[in-house]
Design a protein around this ligand. Sequence first.
Ligand SMILES: Nc1ncnc2c1ncn2[C@@H]1O[C@H](COP(=O)(O)OP(=O)(O)OP(=O)(O)O)[C@@H](O)[C@H]1O
Ligand SMILES: [Mg+2]
Length: 399
Amino acid sequence: MDLIRVLVADGDKDTRAELLRMLAFAQELVVVGEAQDGMDAVQKSIVLQPDVILLDINMSGLDGFRAAEKITLEVPAAAVIIVSGQGEQEYLRRAMLAGAREFLVKPLQSEELINTVKTVYQVESKRLAQGEQKNIPKKSEVITVFGTKGGVGKTTLAVNLAVLLAKNRQKVVLFDLDLQFGDVAVFLNLFPRRTMSELAQERDAWDIELLESYLLPHVSGAKILPAPSRPEYAELITVEHVGEAINLLKLNYDYIIIDTPPFFNEINLTALDLSTQILLVLAMDLATIKNIKLSLELLESLQHSAKTKLILNRASDDMGITVADAEDTLDFLIAGYIPSEGKIVVPALNEGIPFVLSHPASRVSKAMQEVTDLVLKNRGYQEDLQIRHKQNILNRLFK
Ligand SMILES: Nc1ncnc2c1ncn2[C@@H]1O[C@H](COP(=O)(O)OP(=O)(O)OP(=O)(O)O)[C@@H](O)[C@H]1O
Ligand SMILES: [Mg+2]
């Protein structure tokens, strides 16, 4: 059985500690976070995507009912259990109206609490499996393009991927999460008036309509959420902003492509957590291979390996290191290859026209289409590649 991920929200520190102590008796449950007020509960639900949320009613700011309403709207796959000091009918009614699945009255017994969490989770899982949940947003793919070496081609890949997906009639948004020096808008010859930093300042009014008003349309059909106009404005953007923006965008878009800066920080880690696919961009030089090795280790410790695909950029015949050597060193197979094509890729950037549009028939554009197919068909994970790898070895042995 999967672990049931629980968020505990209660205004009182001692009550939270008591709930944690009780939940610790059940091995199937894991507490993924604690929230101290209603707004905190909503934000942590969005970022952490728990299965079950225990919500106290008497919390400052947003009370438990209003928090429950927001959570059921923004994280419909999570189930809310209201925990109340009073058991009056009116409270129960309001809890159900707010979308809560259960209502518990304090003081609680450990067994009662654990059984309720498990039952709610099981009912909710069945309901999700049967697709009965009406409010559920469409299944969106969140794709983070990542790499811990500067200049390996992350933005090039993210931009061309977004354009090809849009041409495939998918609803696509490209989120520039390189918050200090993001250049997605430059790659697409767009001039944002408002960016993620202005959006962050309107935090209290966030909903999908507001986010939409910040998106810049590109001729390909893809839309862009631009990075701040100055590096110092990056500080205005928090992990919660990023988590919530991604989850709101999921309401309207099939694909959310995220371009990142070349390092791990809390914001990138949030994007990686929320991603369904991670494209890790590799180049064939020793420094990059060393960095990718460390990144792969970190991604493994975060349990992201299964959704990671390794893409080799600027592949050519004379790289000095063979693909097999790199795969051996990394203990990870490469899923996609983009050739080195300076004569096409660099002018495309300077003109602000993605090369898949300016040179659709070129080798580099065809390779980009193959990488896009890996994304669209949800292929290129280690599991798929290892099967192919073994077959290749067997074919060679018995040829
Ligand atoms: N396949 C390729 N062939 C030739 N040039 C390429 C290729 N891919 C990327 N480049 C060039 O390499 C440079 C860096 O690419 P890009 O900005 O996409 O890298 P990045 O990983 O996003 O960098 P940063 O870490 O600074 O954000 C650009 O000038 C781009 O045109
Ligand atoms: Mg970049």
